[in-house]
Design a protein. Structure first.
Length: 68
């Protein structure tokens, strides 16, 4: 998997989504990072709610979702 930047949409954050997500297919989450924080949003609703995780919380989430 690789990541690709999403279109800007005027955000101060640089958002990335998985290369597994296509422009015409199923939408997925997008992630942006700042020092100490991982930001997450729904790619179908870019101006909707966003979540922010501390880096330890994000690492725990990613390791959980990646599976064994």
């Amino acid at each position: 998997m690789s990541v690709k930047p999403s279109t800007g949409h005027g955000s101060e954050l640089e958002w990335f989504k998985s290369s597994y997500s296509t422009d015409d297919g199923p939408a997925c989450v997008e992630v942006a990072s700042t020092p100490g924080t991982a930001h997450v949003r729904d790619s179908k609703n870019m101006h909707g709610p966003r979540l922010a995780f501390g880096l330890q919380g994000w690492a725990a989430f990613v390791s959980y979702t990646a599976g064994p």
